[in-house]
Design a protein around this ligand. Structure first.
Ligand code: SAH
Ligand code: SF4
Length: 442
């Protein structure tokens, strides 16, 4: 039987889909070339905004109509529970994000419909990877305990749980032996690693760098793994941006100089209502600390526009914060009330057209700011790991620098392996891309 996985949502879902593939292959199923020749299609869903959920459900509905064995996985399933079969009559199976490890068994049994919302099989899903590839996501922290007012993630992904550090290090060492050069450590609030449940045995000594906080200790341990050249992590909750974290960025050359640090709003009033636990000033201090030892340090963010009660003044505060922080890139989301969250009980009072306007304003600001920040890098030489052919221009190769900036340069497709390093001198800048030429080694 052939299968295919279709993914919506965040990097955590991309990682979960990879785990589903690895487990299905290990169970003897074959990955199909496309969706048409698949017998089973699993749609991995997102529910963070209403639109995201609708897309996944629409897709699963089409697969049911096409006569495939159709499964829905992920966050929307956890939110809907049994109602998922009312929304999708004919759906064969549905599993929540912590139950994806059961999918191979469900498909092998073939007894439908089936619903799984527990966390049986979670261990297997966390540690399974498909073969091949030069970079890999590694989940280090599952769930979230922050309970921001607007967010449904804690309801669907459950409590925060940190994987033991020894397990993570063993897994990344195995990946490195298989040729993985770059890892991205994942968690909804990854800097809270090891805070709720111990990640290290009580008597485990800290490394030579002398960190006391669990996440910087993890960065030190992963840095020591041979073969790993780059370490990234996401997403970072601003309160976790401590002096030790800043020191880890400075001291470990493998740790990439980029942090995705979602700010959500620049208005203290809105931040308080969201329950984010930091002020605008504290956030800007964190950004300044990151750039204090490297002005090129890349900071990216998420912002919500049209949160309940967001006034023009609040919105302007967000605009000015974004300029002050000098974000290298930003992702703007129009507020969407999620059932059961604290903010869903507040009136969703910013009109749709106004949310759209604020979205457009911030996008235009980012376009200008991105161009400005990237232009400063003209003339510099950047170490880039090749990711293959540029999507826009077949005669160019594309990759990323330490700051996660996309870099393109002239080069024959196939002249470099994916994951291979090259130095590129930057000759031009766009808002989201740097253009340059490969520097020939002397
Ligand atoms: N755990 C991550 C974010 C996960 S959700 C973090 O805290 O950094 C990804 C982004 O979706 C959030 O950063 C937020 O900007 C946006 N988002 C979450 N809930 C939303 C909602 N109800 N409406 C609009 N955007 C939302
Ligand atoms: Fe949601 Fe806040 Fe947790 Fe991020 S930190 S997943 S925004 S509750």
């Amino acid at each position: 039987m052939k299968f295919r996985v279709h993914t919506y949502g965040c990097q955590m879902n991309v990682r979960d889909s990879e785990a589903i593939e690895a487990l299905m292959i290990a169970a003897g199923f074959e990955k199909s070339a496309g969706e048409d020749d698949a017998d089973v299609v699993i749609v991995n869903s997102c529910t963070v905004r209403e639109k995201a959920e609708e897309k996944a459900i629409g897709k699963a509905g089409n697969l049911v109509a096409a006569g495939k064995i159709a499964g829905l996985a992920g966050c929307a399933v956890q939110r809907l529970g049994e109602k998922v079969f009312k929304r999708l009559p004919g759906l064969d199976f549905a599993v929540g994000p912590r139950a994806i490890g059961l999918i191979p068994k469900i498909v092998a049994d073939g007894r439908y419909p089936r619903l799984e919302l527990g966390d049986e099989g979670m261990g297997a899903a966390l540690s399974s990877h498909v073969e091949g590839g030069w970079r890999s996501f590694v989940t280090v922290l599952a769930g979230c305990d922050n309970r921001c007012s607007y967010c449904i993630v804690p309801d669907v992904r459950g409590h925060e749980y940190s994987r033991p550090a020894a397990e993570i290090v063993a897994e990344i060492s195995a990946l490195a032996r298989r040729g993985v050069k770059e890892v991205c450590l994942l968690g909804q609030s990854v800097l809270r690693y090891g805070r709720r449940n111990a990640a290290w045995p009580a008597d485990a000594p800290s490394g030579p760098a002398g960190f006391s906080e669990p996440f910087p200790r993890l960065l030190e341990a992963v840095s020591a793994i041979d073969g790993i050249e780059r370490i990234r992590f996401t997403s970072a909750y601003p309160k976790g941006c401590t002096a030790e974290l800043v020191r880890a960025f400075r001291e470990f050359p493998k740790v990439c100089r980029h942090l995705h640090l979602p700010v959500q709003s620049g208005s203290d009033r809105v931040l308080a209502s969201m329950g984010r636990g930091y002020t605008r000033a504290e956030y800007l201090e964190a950004v300044a600390a990151l750039r204090s030892f490297d002005p090129e340090f890349a900071v990216t963010t998420d912002v919500i526009v049209g949160y309940p009660g967001e006034t023009e003044e609040d919105f302007e505060a967000t605009r000015s914060l974004m300029d002050e922080a000098g974000f290298d890139n930003s992702f703007i989301f129009k507020y969407s009330p999620r059932p059961g969250t604290r903010s869903a009980a507040m009136p969703d009072d910013v009109p749709k057209e106004e949310k759209e306007r604020r979205d457009q304003v911030l996008l235009a600001d980012q376009e200008r700011r991105g161009l400005e920040r990237n232009s400063r890098l003209c003339g510099t030489v950047r170490r880039v790991l090749c990711e293959g052919r540029s999507k826009r221009n077949a005669g160019r190769l594309s990759g990323r620098d330490s700051g996660n900036r996309i870099v393109v340069w002239d080069g024959e497709p196939g002249s470099m392996r994916d994951g291979e390093a090259v130095d590129v001198r930057i000759t031009g800048a766009l808002a989201q891309t740097l253009v340059g030429e490969a520097v020939t080694p002397a």
